[in-house]
Design a protein around this ligand. Sequence first.
Ligand code: 5AD
Ligand code: SF4
Length: 464
Amino acid sequence: MIESDISLSTTIPAPAAKMVHIETWGCQMNAADSERMLALLAAQSYQLAPNAESADLVLLNTCHIREKAKHKVLSRLGVLKEIKERRPGMTIAVAGCVAQAEGSRLLKAAPQIDVLLGPGKIDELPRLLREHDASGKRAQAIGFHRHAPDPTPNLEAAPAVAPPTLTGKHEVSRYVNIQQGCNNYCTFCVVPFTRGRELSRPAAEILAESAALVAAGARELTLLGQNVNSYGSDLTTKPSFASLLRSVAALPGLERLRFTTSNPHDFTEELAELFATQPRLGRYLHLPVQSGSDSMLLRMQRKVTVASYLERIDWLRRALPDIALSTDLIVGFPGETDAEFADTMRLVEQVRFGFAFMFKYSPRKNTPAARYANQVEEKVKEDRLAQLMRLQDRITTEIHAAEIGLVRPVLFHYESSKNPGQYYGRTDHFRLVRVTSAYPLTGQVHQVRISSGNKVGLIGDLVD
Ligand code: 5AD
Ligand code: SF4
């Protein structure tokens, strides 16, 4: 799961009986869940509203991974309350991990909420809205999906028609959810409490949805789960993640297949070897390490050591010597000493990740680490984060500088809305590239000669 602080606002003007505005925080899982909710709402004749002010339904899909993410939701609910006072018919729905984790506390803090639903209950959104419309009372569904081993594939959950995108535009790159929840209980992480235990989606559903997305024009798919490498271990036939990847990769018309998030503990050599034999897999992997210190990894309950993490990197580099890697890192986990932090800095130097998501540790209620006595001071966390970011920025800049003069295949994802004629895409190493072109490039793969780069991305020119 790559968590980011971006907030996607969906805006598209269209006349309709009912208008919905969705705001999505957090990881790609939430983005995929928002698309699923949008598909359910579209089936009830909802259309995207240009903004919250003109929507009949405002849906916040929330993130609880760090305290900051939660605060953003509360402050947005304050603004929505004012809008609702001016437009009493408006419905406010809160979905996602804050809804699940905070439940009644959230309702007390924000009584303007009409509908509350946890990430395991998103399919109940239409029913909850009907109940609220009929009674005027608050409707809610919190809790986890019941674990039914080998559920019958529900091909309605993977309709032949691709779900709408959150931007309302045709998108080149789409997400496919393959698994809910996580069984790992890393001591810092709230996910097992907000998304429950692992539940794999039957492969037939995943394949049907993937095929529908490709038929609708997607050229790149990303298979999503909190721990994709353990995909299938809860199903009685125990299909491996590698076999799922092979099936999806074989879909005609698909250009690139990516997947996230991989937990190093469950990452197998068989999977690493797929990078050598499956060109559609691209030349990139996100493999969160969190820390470069064995004692920290033990206290985080990551179930790997630095040596076993490096062994996985070796498997990958043996399969594909130039594979690009990214990671997640936490600084200031309880008890982290200067020496343990220095171990993380050393690991980052050694592996040379293409980029990294770096976070200050944020204590989360119910997680073991929040109760650890030796919490690190905010100032120390800030200093360490700044040091780590400086180091990673230098490495990213060096890696990008080494790209100058090379020719890379780029799949173009979109045209800049601010600067028409500027197209953004990604190399198969997942590096962001900007190209100026008089002809439309979105959805196409072109050879691009890289002319410059900085810590954010690359600029290049079309070769063909
Ligand atoms: N504090 C800081 N970062 C966290 N992450 C997860 N939980 C926390 C927390 N309590 C980070 C991890 C994870 C990413 C999605 O978010 O690095 O891999
Ligand atoms: Fe959280 Fe660990 Fe599960 Fe990732 S593997 S979602 S960090 S508990």
